[in-house]
Design a protein around this ligand. Structure first.
Ligand code: NAG
Ligand code: NAG
Ligand code: NAG
Length: 324
């Protein structure tokens, strides 16, 4: 009895498959998103590109489409070790939630001229994060690049309060708090805390400590710093990386071209750029190349030396003329 049923069911199944055969899609191996040529949305429906007013720009998808928890774990494998200062603080989901907040601005999901810049942008952003939060060179005898997200705040955090009285009217310093560097791409000073408070609608001016208590918020603040043109007449790291920023003649003369190298110029100016082979600059580049590999993009995608490095670039603004 059971045998007959089995034969009958199998026959029915074979018939069904046969009849539907032409319609059955072939199983395809997943293609890494950076190599897909997806159907791109109408640029008019892309708020991230409308803000930039670029006709060749569009945004599509989400960061978690291509950046997986396992990759995050590989990149930050020692973050919960005994030596880590922020043990237990950072996780994949907090990064993905923070990224989701900035996706409408194009973070990690932008196409320019139909090439996808999103995955490389996440590698670039995390390279800055990785360098800033590393305790590699202090604790590691090998694999110094595997010790990032070790911190969530500046190490010598109690030495200075970073209160700029010139902003007393707009962003008054709260008593008893200090605006030292907090987060994975640290922000400093009352005016930066004030601006990001307005943007995220969280009162960080009175409660800067929230950044040390909430990893999603900490990543949001860092992506804000990446995506916002912080200094006057300067592009954001996001714009120079994806290439929606167009260098002026002055920029070209100063060897500032769109790409990873110029993100270092935006974020650190002459502290790392225009100094030849500066150790800090090389360290940031090493993190970027390492993450390109770990994300399956490949370091050959980093581009030429001119694009990758800022060793010959003049700083946008010399550090002596502006606070960090
Ligand atoms: C952490 O910050 C995020 C983003 O600002 C917020 O949505 C969330 O509610 C916060 N979590 C806690 C526990 O406060
Ligand atoms: C996109 O294409 C336009 C027109 O061909 C070109 O001017 C622009 O530089 C390209 N942008 C990037 C980032 O490749
Ligand atoms: C270069 O890198 C080192 C880190 O080794 C840093 O201390 C120094 O200030 C950097 N900048 C310059 C201008 O040399």
């Amino acid at each position: 009895m059971e045998y007959k049923w089995c034969v009958l069911m199998t026959t029915v199944l074979i018939l069904l498959v046969f009849v539907n055969c032409v319609k059955l899609p072939l199983a395809r191996a997943p293609v890494p998103p950076s190599r897909l040529s997806p159907k791109r949305p109408n640029p008019k429906s892309c708020p991230g590109c409308n803000t930039l007013r670029r006709p060749n720009c569009c945004v599509d998808g989400v960061v978690s489409d291509y950046f997986r928890g396992s990759q995050f774990e590989n990149m930050f494998s020692n973050r919960n070790s005994l030596e880590a200062h922020a043990k237990g603080f950072w996780d994949y989901h907090s990064f993905i939630s923070a990224a989701a907040h900035y996706q409408p601005h194009g973070f990690g999901i932008t196409y320019i001229n139909q090439s996808f810049f999103g995955a490389k942008e996440v590698a670039a952003f995390l390279a800055h994060v990785g360098t800033k939060t590393s305790c590699g060179y202090r604790v590691a005898t090998k694999e110094p690049l595997a010790w990032s997200l070790c911190h969530n705040k500046e190490l010598n955090s109690n030495t200075y309060n970073y209160c700029d009285k010139r902003y007393e009217n707009t962003y008054p310093c709260a008593s008893g708090v200090a605006y030292y560097g907090r987060g994975p791409l640290p922000i400093y000073w009352n005016y930066n805390y004030g601006e990001v408070s307005e943007e995220l609608k969280v009162d960080l001016l009175n409660h800067p400590e929230y950044i040390e208590q909430n990893a999603t918020l900490a990543f949001q603040v860092a992506i804000w710093r990446w995506i916002t043109p912080i200094k006057e007449n300067q592009p954001s790291a996001h714009e120079v990386f994806i290439g929606t920023w167009k260098p002026t003649k002055t920029d070209i003369l100063a060897k500032r071209v769109p790409g990873f190298g110029t993100t270092m110029n935006v974020l650190y100016g002459d502290l790392v750029c225009g100094q030849g082979h500066n150790e800090s600059m090389n360290n940031i580049i090493s993190h970027y190349l390492y993450y390109l590999d770990l994300m399956g993009i490949g370091q050959e995608e980093a581009g030429s030396h001119e694009v990758l490095s800022c060793d010959k670039q003049a700083a946008f603004i010399p550090s002596s003329s502006s606070p960090p």
